[in-house]
Structures are given as C-alpha cells and as structure tokens.
Design a protein around this ligand. Structure first.
Ligand SMILES: C[S@@+](CC[C@H](N)C(=O)[O-])C[C@H]1O[C@@H](n2cnc3c(N)ncnc32)[C@H](O)[C@@H]1O
Length: 302
C-alpha cells in the first residue's frame, strides 16, 4: 500500500462517519485536487510528495462543506466552472433540462436564437448553451451581486477556452420579477427583449420555506438560490409571468422544480393560463424535475 492510499482509506472512513454520501470518491477527489493530478493519476504521487493539506480538505468536507467549495470547481455538461461562497453549486439534475433546451435550439429554424436564463448563478445554463449552440445569443439574469462576480468570472473563463462565445453572453443585474433592485444598473433592461426570446430557461429557487435540507445546501448555497415562499413556487410563478412577456409566438420555456412539484408546476403553465404543449420531464433518477411549455402563435415550433 502507498502512503496516499492509506491516507485516503482513513479519510474515507472519517467522511463516512460524518455522513458524506460517497466518502471514498470524495476523499480521492480531494487528494487529486491537493496534488494537482486527475483522480486516475493518484498512483503517480510518490510517498515523499504526500501533502498534509489533504487533511485540511478532508476536515472541511467532514464539516459538510461542499466538495466544490474545497476544490473551487464544479463540472456542468462540458464546462469547468469556478464556484465558492455566495454562488449556487450547479447540479447534475439541471444538466438534463439544459440538454433538452440545447436540442430544441438546434432544431429551431432561427439564424441566431435568443435565449434568456433567469437566475443564472455561476452561469452554468447560459454558458453551456453558448458553448453547445454557437449561434445562440444568451441573456443571463442574476439579481445577486455576489453571485454575479462568479458569473462574470465564468463568462471570461469560458470565453478563453471557447472564443466563439465571446460577446454572445450578456449578463443583466436584474431581479427578473421586477419587484426590487430599482437602483441597480440595468434594472429595467429586460424590457428590450419583450416578445423576442426563442427560449426562456430557469432553475429558480424552489424550496418551501422551512423545509429541511442537508448542511451542504443550507449552510453553503446562498439563501436567494434556495427558498421561495410557503409552497416553494413563488419564483416559478415569477418565471411564468416573465416568460409570457419575453417569448415570441411559438417560443418555449423550460423551468426546473423540486421532485414533488411536477403537478403544481404543470398547472402554473397550463392551457387555461394561455400555454400550449405543457409537459413534465424527469431527471436521471426518474423523478419529476422540469416542465416545458410553448407560448402560442403562428410560428409554433414542431
Ligand atoms: C437555484 S440557483 C440556480 C443557478 C444556476 N442557474 C444553476 O442552475 O446552477 C437560482 C439563482 O437565481 C437567482 N435568483 C433568485 N431569484 C431571482 C430573481 N427574482 N431575479 C434574478 N435572480 C434571481 C439566485 O440568486 C440564484 O443565483
């Protein structure tokens, strides 16, 4: 056994005791981060190079700090994004909804599809679309100024790796419900997009106030990214109001929600409210995860 493997085994036991779900994998990822190698290259770290900072990272993870805050990185589809205090860590569930949106955009007979991502956080959804649909123009909306510092950093990071995204992602420091932030620059600038968006997408806050969440979420994700009224649907109702304003006839909306909220969100976007082709979609664990709908008009997409 190498020293590092011994240390990883001990760390995995400590993380398991602390209630971390995948303790061995996470211990290996912390070791890989500290030693600047991939997880599959850990065998190349000689005993003499063992770095005691490994145990500092393990201590933080045992205190239930998210792995992504320790490494400073989150992976989302084909992106490596910077994350840390003050920004929501993107989740794998959201990759499925983003993939749905990317497929729809690729099918659209529109030269430069216009996309609005409401509540962009790290920029995960907006930047994945910009990377994977190079023709798209993406407007990313985020009310929280601390979260926006991370969005800006990631816009620059993605532009450095994929220069064709440069200038195609516009960040708006706006409350998409239009109820606050009147003093902020760009507060009213979404109005210029009214009736023009081909696709509106959002992973808004959707946890009912008072619900219990794991420490990684409750203590590290920003409150504005989590809580949304007594039934968790306040922000989703806000997305519905904004989407009907922003979409051109035939444009589509996709909104993420919590697993038990599928039926309730379907009704927010129901026919009686003017929407067509409303559908529930599941995530990789086969739980209800997002709703899509079309804003009707002559240019309806197939
Ligand atoms: C659940 S996080 C999602 C972040 C990112 N889209 C993702 O999927 O990883 C929701 C984000 O919406 C932002 N947000 C919440 N309410 C908002 C509002 N009314 N206007 C603009 N941004 C809002 C939060 O600050 C947070 O960054």
């Amino acid at each position: 056994m190498s020293l590092l493997l011994d240390e990883i085994a001990l760390a995995a036991a400590r993380l398991a005791e602390a209630g971390v779900e995948s303790p061995r994998a996470e211990a290996e990822l912390i070791a890989a981060h500290v030693h600047g190698v991939r997880r599959t290259e850990l065998h190349t770290v000689p005993d003499s190079a063992f770095d005691a900072r490994f145990w500092e990272g393990v201590g933080r993870r045992a205190a239930r700090e998210p792995l992504q805050h320790i490494t400073g990185l989150a992976y989302f589809r084909y992106l490596e994004l910077e994350v840390g205090p003050g920004v929501f860590v993107p989740r794998p569930e959201t990759e499925v909804m983003t993939g749905w949106a990317i497929d729809r955009l690729r099918e659209m007979d529109v030269a430069e599809p216009l996309v609005v991502d409401l509540g962009t956080g790290s920029g995960a959804i907006a930047l994945a679309i910009a990377q994977e649909v190079p023709r798209a123009r993406v407007h990313a909306v985020e009310a929280d100024p601390i979260a926006r510092t991370w969005t800006e950093r990631n816009i620059g990071r993605v532009a450095a790796a994929a220069p064709y995204t440069r200038g195609r992602v516009t960040l708006h420091g706006t409350d998409f419900t239009g109820t606050a932030r009147s003093g902020e620059p760009g507060a009213a600038d979404l109005g210029a997009l009214d009736g023009k968006a081909d696709l509106v997408i959002s992973n808004p806050p959707y946890i009912p106030v008072g619900a219990s969440v794991p420490p990684e979420v409750g203590e590290y994700d920003p409150p504005a990214a989590l809580w949304s009224g007594a039934d968790g649907l306040d922000a989703i109702r806000g997305v519905e109001r904004v989407a009907r304003r922003l979409l051109r006839p035939g444009g589509v909306v996709a909104v993420e929600h919590g697993a038990p909220q599928g039926a309730a969100v379907y009704w927010v976007f129901c026919e009686e409210a003017g929407w067509r082709d409303t559908r529930n979609h599941k995530d990789l664990a086969r739980r209800d995860r997002f709703v899509t709908a079309t804003w009707p008009g002559e240019r309806a997409e197939g």
